[in-house]
Design a protein around this ligand. Structure first.
Ligand code: NA7
Length: 552
């Protein structure tokens, strides 16, 4: 293994040789840098942003907040970090999460390993030397045995190509590329396109600030209240008391959204469900809803009661029945698009300065210098916000020109949809790992925990390779194909494919319709079994080691 290399601050590095390059300095990348350094590898991190934090660096729109409780949305692997950091809110806001990422990077002394403001443009596998040549947009060139893509599932913004958008003279923002400097909407007429999690969080905040807010909605979403509040000493005490049990449960946990009992569970009586949902609504948060009943995400009848319940809440909250109807999701199941978590979202439509435009009835035709024109109306605006989401899960992986064996690009290898064994590795791309890649739980549930698991898996695998003198790891075609089929089969047994969600890639024109995350239970168990069975389904190469030995 190469000697440890440290970054020269600000320098454009070239000619660096290291064991592993980690692309991305979000929570997955930071932990990968720490862990791989800990097992004795020389590592180098490359990050497009000027700072750590990944998606939490960029998504600084008003109201940006995590929908996983903060006490759980933290690194579980380090008791020290846990002791030294104290979350202030039940659901942490973007600023606090970014501070936590900065704290972790400083505390673990990771910044010296990372080159910021640097995008990876290309990664090419040099078959002869069994090394990856990583080239950056700043002209840097690194050579590494392993590449860990910690590029995140929600990092490439999707901006729809609406005719005339380039002519708009007012300010244009995207929630996922919000400016660093404060944005004031005071006295402004603002339009917002998109009512997914980001839009639903931003709308109440912008409505309070702006003179007028016009919401352009294509698909109404299910949303439940966050009931965010400051954490009390008692909350912290009770979390600490349960910490050991929580960590043990994580160890046993299989992630996944759909438990094995989902397919055999009884249909609970409607009034029992309704009562339970009422309690969950008062408690706040999405976690309780998504596991309210084992079959909620597989049984249409059970699911429909939850959908009815939320629609009833919308009718109760929104005073204008026509607006309430337009805000009510119909025609797709509850919870199979990411369930949104909000603060005063539906109530915001009772404000006199907020107008909902139903794009199903009057689609946007064009944007002009100072307005959005729908099929029916003309909306003059000073600013436009796109809350239109991401090219999710595969977007950031495919944004890099990755070339594996025989020069085959990842884009070509995935032209019909992503193919990755366990969501970690792909045939033809040896020693290239994706953290929370397609075919793993990835964006489902607590992404920090999912990242940690992948990093630990990779570190264990690289240790195994070093002990046995193995040079490369790559999945076998059959193992990969079987896994990809299994991921699709599991999804098909649920209600998930019945909604046009970004989980299926349908929000991006031309993207193959493939359910990307692994939704079943049993992911960790399967990974563990595969390792115990001598890395079943993987092929290890030894040639690099022979060359290394010959050189020494
Ligand atoms: P989402 O959930 O993908 O939401 C994007 C929203 O933008 C959604 O309402 C879309 O409507 C809408 N959209 C996208 N393109 C258009 C066009 N061309 N015209 C009108 N409306 C459009 O992204 P978010 O950023 O809110 O959330 C992503 C994840 O980040 C979230 O799930 C959390 O995990 C964190 P559609 O539903 O496609 O009709």
């Amino acid at each position: 293994m190469a000697a440890s290399v440290e970054r020269q601050a600000g320098a454009i590095e070239t000619g660096i040789e290291c064991d592993a390059v980690v692309v991305g300095a979000g929570f997955g990348g930071l932990y990968a840098l720490h862990k791989l350094r800990e097992i004795g590898l020389s590592v180098r991190g490359l990050e497009a942003a000027p700072d750590v934090g990944g998606t939490w660096y960029w998504n600084r729109y008003p109201g940006a907040r995590c929908d996983v409780p903060s006490l759980f949305y933290s690194y579980s692997w380090s008791p020290e970090l846990r002791r030294e950091w104290r979350w202030t809110n039940r659901y942490a806001g973007q600023e606090e999460i970014l501070s936590y990422a900065r704290f972790a990077a400083d505390r673990l002394d990771l910044r010296k390993l990372i080159q910021f403001d640097t995008k990876v443009a290309r990664a090419t596998f040099d078959e002869k030397n069994e090394r990856w040549i990583v080239e950056t947009d700043r002209g840097g060139r690194l050579s590494a045995r392993f590449v860990v893509m910690a590029t995140g599932g929600l990092s490439v913004p999707n901006t729809p190509d609406i005719p005339g958008v380039a002519d708009f003279k007012g300010a244009i923002y995207h929630t996922a590329r919000w400016p660093q400097e404060p944005v004031s909407f005071e006295g402004k007429r603002v339009g917002i396109v998109g009512t997914g999690s980001s839009g639903i969080q931003a709308i109440p905040m912008i409505a309070k600030a702006a003179k007028q807010l016009v919401v352009f909605q294509r698909t109404p979403n299910f949303s439940v209240p966050a009931r965010n509040r400051p954490l009390t000493d008692e909350d912290h005490r009770s979390f600490d008391d349960g910490l050991e049990a929580y960590l043990a449960s994580l160890e046993q946990s299989d992630f996944g959204r759909v438990p094995p009992t989902a397919f055999t569970a009884e249909v609970p009586p409607r009034d029992v469900q309704w009562k339970h949902y009422e309690k969950l609504w008062q408690d706040g948060g999405s976690g309780g809803f998504l596991k309210a009943f084992p079959n909620i995400l597989v049984h249409p009848e059970v699911n429909e009661v939850a959908a009815d319940f939320v629609r009833e809440k919308i009718r109760e909250t929104v005073k204008d029945p026509e607006v309430a109807a337009a805000l009510s999701p119909e025609g797709y199941p509850f919870g199979v698009k990411r369930l949104c978590v909000d603060t005063d979202y539906f109530d915001t439509y009772n404000r006199s300065n907020v107008e909902l435009v139903n794009l199903r009835e009057e689609p946007i035709e064009k944007i002009t210098t100072d307005a959005v024109d729908t099929a029916a109306r003309h909306f003059e605006l000073d600013a436009l916000v796109f809350a239109t989401g991401f090219d999710a899960v595969t977007g950031a992986l495919l944004a890099v020109d990755i070339r594996g064996r025989k020069g085959v690009t990842l884009k070509d290898a995935w032209s019909e949809g992503p193919k990755a064994y366990l969501g970690l590795t792909t045939v033809g791309f040896p020693n290239l790992f994706a953290i929370t890649g397609p075919g793993s739980p990835s964006v489902i549930g607590n992404v920090i925990t999912n990242c940690e698991y992948h990093v630990d898996w990779i570190a264990e695998c690289l240790t195994h390779m070093r002990r046995r003198g193995l040079g490369t790891i790559e999945p076998e075609r059959k193992a990969q194909d079987d896994w990809v089929e299994h991921v699709a089969e599991v999804a098909d047994r649920t209600l998930f494919p019945k909604a046009n969600s970004w989980y299926l890639g349908v929000n991006i024109p031309g993207k193959p319709r493939v359910f990307m995350p692994y939704i079943g239970e049993g992911y960790r168990t399967t990974c563990r079994e595969i390792v115990a069975d001598n890395y079943r389904g993987f092929t290890f190469g030894t040639s690099a080691v022979r060359e290394q030995a010959a050189a020494e």
